[in-house]
Design a protein around this ligand. Structure first.
Ligand SMILES: *[C@@H]1O[C@H](CO)[C@@H](O)[C@H](O)[C@H]1NC(C)=O
Length: 354
């Protein structure tokens, strides 16, 4: 979870608690008008929403979300043939996709000037160990399908013309050269992503290829392109591991750490994060061609804004706040009730003739 996300979620939680606690004066008034057994009963009942809210909050912040299965293979909604595709991630996937499309459409390039119909670059999520119960990984919104909670990073998948032989070698070399030379800027600490303002493991640098570091034909070509000597780490899957979001590159076996295509709204997107202008031939024409081909159709993800996650946190915190408001309003009276009961039985005992 990125710091900005954590701060906003915490604020939503505090807000929910605060609003819930506003019920305190009402619950005190209610307690004053109710019988003692009713107060005791309500103090026990108030634990139900409080506990529910507590587990809900834990569930919202927990990664992976409770009940998320481990990945068993490529998702049903894939469009790029997993056996011939690789992926690259270096921060926000919007600008990475543009870079790869430019390479695919380079007139004298290794992808031989791919037409808009032949472009394969697609943004998505990979590098995690988990998928949602419905077999998806989605953008931030619903906590139980959130790619970052499922351990994934933002990446871009691209399909090679072949997965071995001279064409594959030329294409992977060109991709790796572009990635290492233009995907980062040199700073004191090492090679930094172009969007250092994006923080969190979901922005970590990632490369995926069939076989990963054990691909004896293509991996050496990628390693050779690492002229700035970035640390290359064998990825073991988010979100327990692979948490460094800067300076290192995690390398995945793309057949094990499969690519989940991202939602249409993130494909061929303006490069707002790195503040780079991209032509409308990219954001409109190319996107339309790809959409018409069915490459951007539903990924099974609900199209909800990221703020919904904050609303869900708020609602669970509200339950905790309400539960505690009732408890705090009613419980002291309940305790007094029990005290009195206890005291009167002691008094009764004292009154017994010896
Ligand atoms: C490159 O592709 C574009 C669009 O598909 C096409 O119009 C153009 O003629 C191609 N250029 C070369 C040199 O093949």
């Amino acid at each position: 979870m990125s710091i900005a996300n954590l701060v906003m979620s915490s604020m939503a939680m505090l807000g929910g608690l605060a609003v819930g606690m506003c019920a305190l004066s009402r619950s005190k008034r209610f307690a004053a008008d109710s019988s003692q057994p009713a107060r005791v009963c309500f103090s026990f009942l108030s634990m139900v929403p409080a506990m529910g809210g507590f587990f809900g909050i834990a569930w919202c912040f927990m990664g992976p979300p409770f009940g998320s299965p481990e990945i068993s293979g490529p998702p049903a909604h894939h469009r790029n043939d997993p056996s011939r595709s690789v992926y690259f991630g270096n921060g926000c996937f919007w600008h990475t996709q543009y870079d790869l499309v430019v390479l695919e459409q380079e007139v004298a390039g290794v992808f031989k000037n791919r037409s808009d119909r032949d472009v394969t670059s697609l943004v998505g999520y990979a590098g995690g160990r988990y998928q949602s119960a419905s077999g998806t990984a989605c953008y931030h919104g619903l906590p139980w399908t959130d790619y970052s909670k499922l351990g994934h990073a933002e990446v871009v998948s691209i399909t090679l013309d072949a997965i071995s032989g001279p064409i594959a070698q030329a294409q992977i070399s060109a991709l790796a050269k572009l990635y290492f030379e233009h995907g980062f800027a040199t700073v004191e600490e090492g090679r930094q992503r172009l969007d250092p303002q994006d923080t969190g493991a979901e922005y970590r640098n990632a490369i995926g290829l069939p076989g990963g570091m054990d691909n004896s034909e293509l991996w050496p070509l990628i390693a050779a392109a690492n002229t700035f000597a970035m640390p290359l780490v064998r990825g073991t899957g988010g979100n327990q591991d692979d948490t460094e979001d800067e300076y290192v590159v995690y390398v995945y076996d793309s057949l094990q750490y499969v690519f989940f295509r991202g939602e249409a709204s993130h494909q061929f997107h303006p490069n707002t994060v790195v503040q780079r202008a991209v032509p409308s031939s990219y954001t409109n024409d190319l996107k339309q061609v790809q959409a018409d081909m069915g490459r951007l159709d539903s990924t099974g993800c609900a199209d909800v804004p990221g703020e919904v996650a904050l609303l869900i946190v708020f609602c669970f915190a509200l339950l905790i706040g309400l539960g505690f408001a009732v408890l705090c309003g009613v419980l002291p009276v309940g305790l007094r009730f029990w005290n009195r009961l206890y005291k009167s039985s002691v008094d009764d005992d004292a009154r017994q003739p010896v």
